[in-house]
Design a protein around this ligand. Sequence first.
Ligand code: T4K
Length: 412
Amino acid sequence: MLRSRHELHPIKKVVGDLALFGGTPAFEEGLHVGRPNIGNRQKFLERIGDILDRKWLTNGGVYVNEFERLIAEAAGVEHCVAMCNATIALEIAIRALEMTGEVIVPSFTFIATAHALQWQGITPVFCDIDPCTHTLDPDRVEQMITPRTMGIIGVHLWGNPCNIDALSEIATRRGLKLLFDSAHAFGCSYRGRMIGGFGAAEVFSFHATKFLNSLEGGAVVTNDGELAYRMRLMLNFGFTNYDCVDSIGTNGKMNEVSAAMGLTNLESLGEFTSVNRRNYKQYEQELVGLEGVTLLAYNEAEECNYQYVVLEIDERKTIVARDQLIEILHSENVLARRYFYPGCHRVEPYRSLYPDAHLFLPQTERVAAQVMTLPTGQTITPDIIRVVCDIIRNAVANAGEIRKFLEERSAG
Ligand code: T4K
């Protein structure tokens, strides 16, 4: 159990209260971003016992079948093809859609989105984002289309849906395939419809850090039965029958234990959402009006999983820089993360392959320099959030002194 020392250090008011300046760290143990949501332990263990009794651990097991049925139902789609993780699911979906040439993707995403293309010899063309939602800007997408463009991969980053209507219109008009990386967006909706049924297909991640986790796992969901069939062959080496292989495939299968974890957690989705929402609302309340600190907004009129608490730090107003704030939080054992920094285009192999990409990505560059994520989920209590926000307010209030201290220290 994480114990805050809030009682011992009621308010981190003066700069000397901060751990960086010799104060006692606010938390004894690290508060991680990405702590898994875990449902009913007993139900999970019962399912594991049943799997062991059945002696059917993977490849067409009853738990994976049931998981696929329930995910398809929750996403409002006809087909769910469960896989070992979302990276393989993206690779298989891209291949099954016969994408080649160039595919337009945001650079402000997890590296797996870009790798899934490059791994198959497809050029990821990095496109800029809408600074409000952090998702693909449809106007910029239009400008990135060339005769070699085969498709678009939109990413519903943080669970915020892309402008799906605009992307669908562009894809239809320009004859492009549209796939969504919905790794963050299970349980979210767009215009009242659950994420999952848009584009040719959508890809969910069920990694440990995701809203719904199956330890590791992923799935492609689609209403296209032919596509689902092709992906089922691909994830099982291309086997059409016991000793018949018709085409090239890989091993993308989800195992029964992962499905059991996924099924167990599915039963607690309501609890996960309400805890995440409670935490999000408290962060919002505690940080409102703090100059230069903006909490990423979710559309409250839609279903939303609130899995990420994302801040943008405008250094011109806070004076303390985003990375300095992260250093302060880390010294207090609050392990805030600057996710998706510095953008896919700034890491290898893309930095070397596409050295001019940054010229087309001004919003990506700005957002990547300002974003940080804070801990949320089941282990984070209202008391913890009060202390975390206390630290942030203290850092902003004493920004000048902190900045001077850190700059003098790095100057040696
Ligand atoms: N597309 C997008 C947009 C994605 O964000 C991702 C993955 C994918 C595609 C591909 O999905 P998968 O192939 O993974 O299914 C993490 C995850 O590894 C990755 O799944 C995720 N996105 C990405 C945003 O974050 P890291 O490097 O932050 O993960 P890791 O394992 O270091 O965990 C982060 C923190 O979470 C740790 O510091 C502690 C905590 N944690 C983690 C695990 C695994 C726990 O407390 N318990 C745990 O079991 O990349």
